[in-house]
Structures are given as structure tokens and as C-alpha cells.
Ligand binder design. Structure first.
Ligand SMILES: [Zn+2]
Ligand SMILES: [Zn+2]
Length: 285
């Protein structure tokens, strides 16, 4: 199904969760597909999933209010997933008026605090306490973290990619959004993601070139068959994965659900009780 088929005006965030693709690319330079970043927003919450290079300026390009981020969730420590972290914190340090400054919560794998110490040595001690303040939460293994101030739950599950890598499921009022981060094939992820409305799944390598720490179209199809998301949004495609053929490959591998190939600026609107709608940046969203 081509993008935009269910186009229309963006939903009201009081009844809709919006997933904006800020970075559908990889570690390779590609001006149309920046490194990994996906924003999940509803009226009372804004969660940024990873922040590879291009995230901060992409927020301006695609109409995402960078000042709204409550939660920044990092899947792992590869640079294409966290390269803009210092830039985002620097923007908070100097770009927020006192009236706009609310604490940022950074949720990341075990080792996050050490990484921040290293970043602070490089950039300056301000980084550990930028304007508005920052709370750091380390999570590991399978479990759930929820904001003690009543925020929605963030479920996490380890993935076979690096030692610390995690996949996430974000609870929102309109349903759950899943994000694989980077992962190799991992059977338990299918039950972890069961019931999500949107599954943002990496599809980094081509069929026939399988590796233990990334997914190919056939492997993504297997994952989606096991959890049946309302929409499967493919992201993190390396050039060897043919964007024009990948949805066919997944259908041929036996997955019959709805599949979209993420592009920077693409928006998935997830309304309560109605089907997900997808808009491309060209639709003016
Ligand atoms: Zn990685
Ligand atoms: Zn990656």
C-alpha cells in the first residue's frame, strides 16, 4: 500500500498519537534519510526514540516542537542512534527560557550514566544538568519503567545487537507503539510486541546476507507475523535493501499485514478507535 493512501488532516493529539519519522536512515550519509530517530507524541506526552545525527534540525524541518520532549529513550550506544544527544542537550542549555524549562528524563540501557560522564568530559559539565534539569534512568533486561508522575509505561526487552541493546513498547492513550531499535532475529520479540498498533522495525540487511545482529525482510516478516501490528513501519534500511521492493519481499515472505517504508518526515497518525493513517512529508504534514 503506498504512503498517503489514507491521507487527511492530522489528528487532534487529544485523541491521537502521532509518530513522526525524523531519521529513517543509517550511519551512512544520506540527506533524505538521517540517522535513527522517531518521535511519539500525544497531548500529554512526547517521547523521542533515539537521536542519531540530524534529529535536532529534522525536528524543525518536520514541525516537531523540540521543546516538548519529556522523555528521550535510547535503544543502544551506537553513534547512529545517539549522535545528536549532546546537540539536543546543548539546545536545551541555551535555547530554553526559564518558563519553558521542564526536566528531561533520559531512559537508556545500563551504562547510560557512564556514557554521560564521558560526554560531559568532552563537552562540559553543563551536559549532566542542562537547563530544566535531567533525570537519567538506566534499564536493562525485560521490564517496564513508568514515570512516577503518572506518565505512560515504557516496556523494554533486550535485543541481540550489542550487549546493551533494547527494544521498546511505549504506552499511549491511543494504543502502544513498538520500536525494535537495532536487533537480530529474536523469537521472544514477537510476543513482546503483540498488540502494538505501530511497529517501527529495523530492516537493515538484504535477504541472503543475514547477520546475527540485524534483520532482513524475511526476518522482519517473521517478526510481524508473530505480533500482527496494525501497521509495520520499516526503518534503518541500508542501501543493499531495495526500498522499492522491500514491501513485496515481506509480502512474499508470508506477511499479509500493512507495511510502509519509512521516509524522513513521514507521520503515522494513530487515532483512538480508528485506523492508522500515514502521511508523507510531501503531504504538508
Ligand atoms: Zn546499532
Ligand atoms: Zn543502527
Amino acid at each position: 500500500m503506498p504512503p498517503s493512501e489514507q491521507g487527511g488532516a492530522p489528528g487532534d493529539l487529544s485523541r491521537t498519537t502521532r509518530v513522526t519519522v525524523l531519521g529513517s536512515g543509517t550511519l551512512l550519509p544520506d540527506h533524505r534519510h538521517h540517522s535513527a530517530a522517531h518521535m511519539v507524541e500525544w497531548n500529554a506526552g512526547a517521547v523521542l526514540l533515539d537521536c542519531g545525527a540530524g534529529t535536532l534540525h529534522g525536528m524543525d524541518r518536520y514541525g516537531v516542537d523540540w521543546k516538548r520532549i519529556d522523555l528521550l529513550v535510547l535503544s543502544h550506544f551506537h553513534t547512529d542512534h545517539m549522535g545528536d544527544l549532546a546537540s539536543i542537550l546543548w539546545a536545551r542549555e541555551h535555547g530554553l527560557r526559564p518558563s519553558e524549562a521542564s526536566p528531561l528524563t533520559l531512559v537508556g540501557p545500563r551504562g547510560m550514566v557512564d556514557r554521560l560522564h564521558g560526554l560531559a568530559r568532552a563537552h562540559g559539565e553543563w551536559l549532566r544538568e542542562p537547563t530544566g534539569g535531567m533525570r537519567v534512568v538506566e534499564v536493562e533486561g525485560e521490564g517496564m519503567w513508568s514515570d512516577p508522575e503518572g506518565g505512560m509505561g515504557i516496556h523494554h526487552h533486550p535485543t541481540p545487537h550489542t550487549e546493551e541493546s533494547l527494544a521498546f513498547r511505549i504506552e499511549t492513550p491511543a494504543g502502544e507503539v513498538g520500536y525494535t531499535g537495532d536487533t537480530g532475529p529474536c523469537a521472544p520479540l514477537a510476543s513482546f510486541f503483540r498488540g502494538v498498533r505501530v511497529l517501527v522495525a529495523e530492516c537493515a540487511v538484504a535477504d541472503g546476507t543475514e547477520v546475527p545482529n540485524h534483520l532482513s525482510p524475511i526476518e522482519v516478516a517473521r517478526l510481524a507475523q508473530g505480533c500482527e501490528p496494525e501497521i509495520l513501519l520499516l526503518t534503518h534500511l541500508y542501501p543493499e535493501v531495495d526500498r522499492s521492493r522491500v514491501t513485496d519481499l515481506i509480502a512474499r515472505a508470508g506477511y499479509t499485514g500493512r507495511v510502509e517504508v519509512a521516509e524522513d518526515g513521514m507521520v503515522a497518525e494513530v487515532p483512538m478507535g480508528r485506523p492508522v493513517a500515514v502521511h508523507t512529508a510531501a503531504d504538508g504534514v
